[in-house]
Design a protein around this ligand. Structure first.
Ligand code: SAM
Length: 256
């Protein structure tokens, strides 16, 4: 394709049909649902998404792609040429839809901002995203592993995370520096928090300095109380945050 790719917008377009098919086949909405694609690019995935029963809306920041994307003819498709991070998602999504399926091959530097926006402004049923492999591994990491961090706990509190497929950097044009992975985040209600604000703060503070233990990172909290609660989970203030499960964080914040 002859197109002047904009590196700053993370424009690496998918050209591998097997991967496009795998992503598309993993998304199974009904005609009462809505697919929201972020960054359709030249529409490699969009072309498959419009074959499904659901309506599709896309947000693409680069207006130069309008002439390419307008070739996809479908009554079910609506494309907004806007910065996804700046739109008012609530206004763009008709409340008539039952389930919201978000899809995106995201520029790596705005992955977390996009997930936060989706969660703040909508009630996603499922988010299927292609992201840098290392980031995907961090999102899905288990306690005690090197990759386990505050974002792992935050996401796993909210979602079940499932790997869809690994994607070699050779599947893109132009070829990026890193390999990618497609993962699916599906909303879960496994954990019940009675104070999410405190839970998120506790997660962030506990991982503040990864090499330090909880006594150091949580020095602004009621340490005596935390020590008592940790004992109930056979843990102590000498532990590092990476030793606490999502359930442990929910238990601590619910009882502080
Ligand atoms: N989905 C296409 C594919 O897989 O071939 C393109 C993926 S490319 C990695 C990312 C796309 O997101 C680009 O088309 C880029 O212009 C668009 N983009 C970047 N930042 C955006 C933003 N803030 N809002 C909407 N689209 C954005």
């Amino acid at each position: 394709m002859s197109f002047d790719y904009n590196k700053a917008l993370g424009q690496n377009f998918l050209k591998d049909n097997n991967i496009i098919k795998k992503i598309s086949e993993s998304i199974n909405p009904s005609n009462k649902d809505l697919i929201i694609e972020i960054g359709p690019g030249a529409g490699a995935l969009t072309k498959e998404l419009v074959k499904k029963e659901a309506d599709v809306i896309c947000f693409e920041i680069d207006k130069r792609l309008e002439s390419i994307l307008s070739k996809i003819k479908s009554d079910k498709l609506k494309i907004y040429f806007e910065d996804f991070l700046k739109i008012n998602l609530k206004e763009c999504i008709n409340p008539k839809y039952e389930k919201l399926y978000f899809v995106g091959n995201l520029p790596y530097y705005i992955t977390t901002a996009i997930i936060n926006k989706i969660m703040d402004e909508s009630n996603p049923y499922e988010i299927t995203i292609m992201i840098q492999k290392e980031v995907a591994l961090r999102f899905a990491a288990n306690p005690h592993s090197r990759d386990y961090s505050s974002i792992s706990v935050f996401l796993q509190y909210n979602f079940d995370i499932e790997k869809v497929c690994s994607v070699s950097k050779n599947c893109f044009e132009p070829i990026p520096k890193v390999d990618s992975m497609v993962i699916k985040l599906r909303r879960n209600k496994k954990y019940v928090s009675n104070n999410e604000e405190l839970l998120y703060k506790l997660i962030k503070d506990s991982f503040r300095q990864k090499r330090k233990n909880l006594r150091n990172n949580l020095s602004n909290y009621d340490l005596e109380k935390i020590e008592k609660l940790l004992q109930e989970k056979n843990k102590s203030l000498k532990c590092r945050a990476e030793e606490l499960s999502v359930e442990d964080f929910v238990f601590l914040s619910n009882n502080l």
